[in-house]
Design a protein around this ligand. Structure first.
Ligand SMILES: Cc1cc2nc3c(=O)[nH]c(=O)nc-3n(C[C@H](O)[C@H](O)[C@H](O)COP(=O)(O)O)c2cc1C
Length: 332
């Protein structure tokens, strides 16, 4: 019997997912979130090889040089990979966007900004685009700007993102508002959660945390162990690390991380931290020194589904197969 990761059939359990899989020439309706410092070229290539759609993430520490380094791993994908960047990081290193265009990915996203003109540049280079959205208005704006895939990203999600709406009410509103394919993101880690968003009408899932501890991710060992040990109640959305590290993330986008000593001491005092340079320096020093009680580990509320280090192909194969079973099981 072939292993689930190698199951050759295309996912057909819902009409929207089957259409998405056909249009994007993937077997599984799974896109890996472009996770900065975690989703490098190896993870992107492994997700594509496993039947999904792999993406490289350039986060706060992204650069043209880092992107070139990760692109070396994508040759085997034959162009079936994407690149995700952060608006203010791309603005500080404009060469990164040029490197991304020149790499001719199938999908590009520049997140966390207000200006979507990058999408026109991508489109004129023949590259399709995605945007994470957090409200119905965001979704409409993205569609009006010519974005090809809208990602409804709920408050449960790991890493940076708005906490304005939980994923299911957001997904409902976004599906109602746009006609482009909608992927669901935030807290999805189990077959039941994947089946739920596909049953609601999503064309696929945009998975972050579930793939963060995969064998091919760039995540350091200590953070991998922390993800495996955590449950869904162990996360908090906070701005304190960005404040302490003086990263210009818009306040609208806190990051959801595993709770640690710093979040325990400061998450209720985020406004005060902005007025207290000494405490900011102390936190930043601990983070930069790699203090495991201080380093933020991005994680969504689906982190309880991360129980082992597994190859990405196995994760997305098992998840999709079990979700399809839930969606197609005979009714009693
Ligand atoms: C470790 C990690 C790093 C992330 N880095 C980025 C990033 O650099 N750019 C981005 O657009 N989103 C980033 N995200 C957010 C994801 O795109 C996505 O919204 C989120 O992972 C979905 O929720 P989930 O983690 O519960 O699956 C990151 C998420 C995680 C978990």
């Amino acid at each position: 019997m072939p292993s689930p990761a190698q199951t050759p059939e295309r996912f057909t359990a819902t009409a929207a997912a089957a259409t998405f899989a056909e249009q994007w020439d993937v077997r599984l309706p799974v896109v890996n979130a472009p996770m900065g410092g975690v989703a490098g070229g190896r993870l992107a290539a492994a997700v594509t090889a496993g039947g999904g759609f792999g993406m490289i993430g350039m986060g706060s520490a992204g650069s043209a040089m880092a992107l070139r380094r990760e692109l070396r791993f994508t040759a085997a994908t034959e162009g079936r990979f994407g690149i995700g960047m952060v608006d203010w990081v791309a603005a500080a290193d404009p060469e990164m966007f040029e490197v991304a265009l020149a790499a001719a990915p199938a999908l590009l996203t520049v997140g966390f900004g207000t200006d979507l003109t990058w999408a026109r540049r991508a489109a004129s280079a023949g590259i399709r685009t995605a945007a994470q959205v957090y409200t119905r208005d965001d979704a409409r704006r993205a569609e009006d700007s010519g974005i090809d895939i809208v990602v409804a990203r709920g408050a449960e999600g790991g890493g940076h993102g708005s906490t304005a709406m939980a994923m299911l009410p957001l997904l409902d509103a976004v599906l109602d508002a746009v006609s482009v394919p909608v992927l669901a993101a935030g807290g999805i880690g189990t077959p039941a959660s994947m089946a739920a968003v596909l049953a609601a009408g999503a064309s696929g899932v945009w998975l972050g945390t579930r793939l963060a501890a995969s064998a091919e991710s760039l995540l350091p060992e200590a953070a991998r162990r922390a993800l495996i040990a955590a449950t869904g109640a162990d996360t908090v959305a906070t701005t304190i690390f960005d404040t302490a590290l003086e990263l210009p993330w818009p306040e609208r986008f806190p990051s959801r991380v595993l709770r640690n000593e710093v979040t325990r001491d400061w998450s209720d005092r985020a406004a005060y931290l902005r007025t207290d340079p000494e405490s900011r320096t102390r936190i930043a020093d601990r983070v930069r020194a790699g203090d495991p009680t201080a380093v933020p580990v991005d994680a969504g509320q689906g982190v309880g589904a991360v129980t082992a280090v597994e190859p990405a192909a196995q994760i997305i194969g098992d998840l999709s197969r079990a979700a399809a079973q839930l969606l197609t099981r005979p009714q009693p």
